[in-house]
Design a protein around this ligand. Structure first.
Ligand code: BES
Ligand code: MN
Ligand code: ZN
Length: 498
C-alpha cells in the first residue's frame, strides 16, 4: 500500500473517497465543515436524519455527494470532542480502515486536523495510521493450500496537513513507519510459522538471507562452537532436541564509525514443551511463539537497515527447541555457564533464562553501549501486566526511562518492575552458585534477577514480552511487538549520539 502526504483542504482534492470525522453529537470537524459548506449543507442534512450522530466506532458511507470531486464520503464517528484522546484516535483509524476495506475504494484521503490530540504531532498520527493500515492488511496464509480471498482494493492513503512546514517531517514519518511495519511483518511471519518449519536452523537461514539482501553481517555458531565457548547452560536446553541449536549473530554498522554497538539479545526457543518439566497440553501449540524475542530482533534490524539509521547494532539470538527425551536435561542437573557460574536446573521449563545467560555473556565481547534482551520469559508477567504491557527490568534507570519513553511514543508500552537485592536471595541453591527458579512469588522479577547475574559488565535492560508478543483465541497470532518500541528507542539513540 502507498501512503502520501499532501498540504490542502477537502474542497480542492479529488479521489475515490474522502474520510471526515464527526464528533458527538453531530458536531462537524474542520474538514467536515468545509465539505458541508461546498456541498451546501449536504452533510448537516444527513446528520439531521439521525443515521450518524458521531458516536465512537461508527461509520457511514455516502455516495454521489453533490459538488465534491470525491466519489464517496466516509463519515467516521469520533465520540465526544472533550474526551477525544489517543485510544479514540486509534480506534477511529481502525473503524475507518475496516469500513474502507468493505468497499471497492482504491484510494482514500483523510485530514489529520480532524483528530486533535494533545501532545501528539501530525508526524505521530502519520506513523500510527500507517502501522494500523499495515496491521489491518496483514495476512498469514502461506500455510493454506489456497490463499484466502481477501479482496482488499485499498491501495493508496493520502493524509492531508494544513501547513507546508510539516511536510518534510511527515514524509520522514511515512518512510520510518513503513520500515517499522516491514519489521513487524517479518516478526509476525516468523512467529506465526508452524514450529516444524520455524526451527533454529530456519531462523539461522532467515538471518543469513536478511544479511544477504541488506547491509548486514551474519555469523552462525554451531553446537560445537558453543561447546568451545563453554556455553553449558544454552547447550543443556538443546540437549533433548533432535534439532541442532544455533547462536545467530547479526551485525549492522550504520554509524560509519568504530562506535560501541547497542546489542539486542532475543530469546529464540522455537518450541517450548517445558522439557522434562513438561507443560500441560492445553494451548501448548502457543509455545511456537516462544521465539518472539528472536523475531523482534530480526524485525528491528530489518526496520533500521531500511531506515539506514546511523547507529551500530548487534543482534544475538540463542535458538533452540526445549524438548523432553532420554538425553534431555533433568531437574537437579547442574551445568556450568559460559560465565563460569554453575546453575542448578530445578525446572527445565525455566529454559529461557538458561539460553539467554550464555548469550548475554557472549555479548560482552562487543564492548556494548547497552544490551537489551527481549524474551517471552514468564507466565507471571502475563498475570502481572496482562496483554497490553511489556515488563521492563533494568540495572540502569536512565536506560529504563529511555525505553519507557520509546514505548510511550510508539504506543508499544512497557512498565518497569524493580530489581532490588532482596529478590536475589530467592535464587539460592544448595548445590550450585545459583538456581534457575525462585518459586512462585514475583516470577518475572526473579527471572530478571537470574539474568542480572550475567549482565554486571554493562548497562542492561530486559523486556518480558510473554503477554504482548502474541494474541490467543480467535485472533491467535503474533503481534510484531516490541518492534515499534525497539525501533523508536534506536531512532532516538541515533539522534542523540550523532
Ligand atoms: N515460555 C515460557 C513463558 C510463557 C508461559 C510465556 C506462558 C507466555 C505464556 C517460559 O519458558 C516458561 O515456561 N516459564 C515458566 C517459568 C517457571 C518454570 C519458573 C513459567 O512462567 O511458568
Ligand atoms: Mn519454558
Ligand atoms: Zn519458554
Amino acid at each position: 500500500m502507498d501512503f502520501g502526504i499532501k498540504v490542502g483542504t477537502p474542497e480542492k482534492q479529488r479521489g475515490a473517497c474522502v474520510v471526515v470525522g464527526i464528533f458527538e453529537s453531530r458536531k462537524l470537524t474542520d474538514s467536515a465543515k468545509i465539505l458541508d459548506k461546498v456541498t451546501q449543507g449536504y452533510l448537516k442534512n444527513i446528520l439531521v436524519l439521525g443515521d450518524m450522530d458521531g458516536k465512537a466506532n461508527t461509520a457511514l458511507l455516502l455516495h454521489n455527494v453533490p459538488d465534491t470531486l470525491f466519489k464517496r464520503v466516509l463519515l467516521i464517528g469520533l465520540g465526544k470532542e472533550q474526551e477525544f484522546k489517543e485510544k479514540t484516535f486509534l480506534s477511529a483509524v481502525n473503524t475507518a480502515l475496516s469500513a474502507l476495506q468493505k468497499t471497492a475504494v482504491t484510494d482514500a484521503t483523510l485530514f489529520l486536523s480532524d483528530f486533535p490530540i494533545k501532545e501528539r504531532t501530525n508526524q505521530w498520527k502519520v506513523s500510527q495510521i500507517i502501522i494500523a493500515a499495515a496491521s489491518s492488511n496483514y495476512r498469514f496464509d502461506q500455510l493454506k493450500s489456497k490463499p484466502e480471498n481477501s479482496p482488499h482494493s485499498l491501495r493508496k492513503l493520502v493524509m492531508c496537513i494544513d501547513s507546508r512546514t510539516e511536510l518534510a517531517v511527515c514524509e520522514e514519518a511515512v518512510q520510518q513507519s513503513l520500515a517499522v511495519a516491514h519489521g513487524m511483518n517479518l516478526a509476525k511471519d516468523l512467529g506465526n510459522l508452524a514450529p516444524n518449519i520455524c526451527t533454529p536452523t530456519y531462523l539461522a537461514k532467515q538471518a543469513k538471507d536478511l544479511a544477504k539482501t541488506h547491509k548486514l553481517k551474519a555469523s552462525i555458531l554451531e553446537e560445537k562452537d558453543m561447546e568451545k565457548l563453554g556455553m553449558g547452560s544454552l547447550l543443556a536446553v538443546a540437549r533433548g532436541s533432535e534439532q541442532p541449536a544455533k547462536l545467530i549473530v547479526l551485525e549492522y554498522q550504520g554509524s560509519g564509525k568504530k562506535e560501541s554497538p547497542i546489542v539486542l539479545v532475543g530469546k529464540g526457543v522455537t518450541f517450548d514443551t517445558g522439557g522434562i518439566s513438561l507443560k500441560p497440553a492445553a494451548e501448548m501449540d502457543e509455545m511456537k511463539f516462544d521465539m518472539s524475542g528472536a523475531g523482534s530482533v530480526l524485525g528491528t534490524l530489518l526496520a533500521i537497515v531500511e531506515m539506514k539509521l546511523p547507529i551500530n547494532v548487534v543482534g544475538i539470538i540463542p535458538a533452540t527447541e526445549n524438548m523432553p527425551s532420554g538425553k534431555a536435561t533433568k531437574p537437579g542437573d547442574v551445568v556450568t555457564s559460559m560465565s563460569g557460574q554453575t546453575i542448578e536446573i530445578l525446572n527445565t521449563d525455566a529454559e529461557g533464562r538458561l539460553i539467554l545467560c550464555d548469550a548475554l555473556t557472549y555479548a560482552e565481547r562487543y564492548n556494548p553501549k547497552v544490551v537489551i534482551d527481549i524474551a517471552t520469559l514468564t507466565g507471571a508477567c502475563v498475570i502481572a501486566l496482562g496483554n497490553f504491557t511489556t515488563g521492563l527490568i533494568s540495572n540502569d534507570d536512565k536506560l529504563a526511562q529511555e525505553l519507557l519513553a520509546a514505548g510511550e511514543q510508539a504506543v508499544d508500552r512497557a512498565w518497569q518492575l524493580p530489581l532490588w537485592d532482596e529478590y536475589q536471595d530467592l535464587l539460592k541453591s544448595n548445590f550450585a552458585d545459583i538456581a534457575n527458579i525462585g518459586g512462585r512469588a514475583a516470577g518475572t522479577i526473579t527471572a530478571a534477577c537470574f539474568l542480572s547475574r550475567f549482565t554486571k559488565k554493562y548497562r542492561w535492560a530486559h523486556l518480558d514480552i510473554a503477554g504482548t508478543a502474541w494474541k490467543s483465541g480467535k485472533e491467535k497470532g503474533s503481534t510484531g511487538r516490541p518492534v515499534p518500541l525497539l525501533t523508536q528507542f534506536l531512532i532516538t539513540q541515533a539522534k542523540t549520539s550523532s
